[in-house]
Design a protein around this ligand. Structure first.
Ligand code: HEC
Length: 66
C-alpha cells in the first residue's frame, strides 16, 4: 500500500514538468482533430507526428528514471 502511494507520487509529484508534457499533448491533439476533419493528408501527417512526439516525450522521460 505504501509502495503504491510512492509510485503514484513519482509521476504526480513531478509537478510543473508533467503539466507541461500534458499541455503539449493537449495542444497537439487539438490540432490533430481539425486536420483529420479537413482530410488534408499532409496536414494530418504533421499533426499526427506532433501528437506522437508529445506522447513519447513523457514516456521517454519516465522510463529513464527506472
Ligand atoms: C504526462 C505523461 C504522459 C503523457 C503525456 C502520455 N503518457 Fe502514456 N504513459 C505514461 C506513463 C507513466 C506510462 C506507464 C509507464 C511506462 O510504461 O513507462 C504510460 C503508458 C502508456 C501506454 C502503455 C504501453 C507502454 O508503452 O508502456 C500507452 C499505449 C500510452 N501510454 C499511450 C499514450 C498516448 C497515445 C499518449 C498521447 C496521446 C500518451 N500516452 C501520453 C505517461 C504519459
Amino acid at each position: 500500500m505504501w509502495r503504491r502511494a510512492r509510485s503514484n507520487r513519482r509521476i504526480f509529484g513531478a509537478g510543473d514538468h508533467v503539466d507541461q508534457l500534458i499541455v503539449g499533448v493537449q495542444t497537439a491533439t487539438a490540432q490533430l482533430v481539425p486536420a483529420v476533419k479537413s482530410g488534408d493528408k499532409a496536414a494530418i501527417a504533421v499533426a499526427y507526428t506532433a501528437a506522437a512526439n508529445a506522447c513519447n516525450a513523457c514516456h521517454t522521460q519516465f522510463r529513464k528514471e527506472e
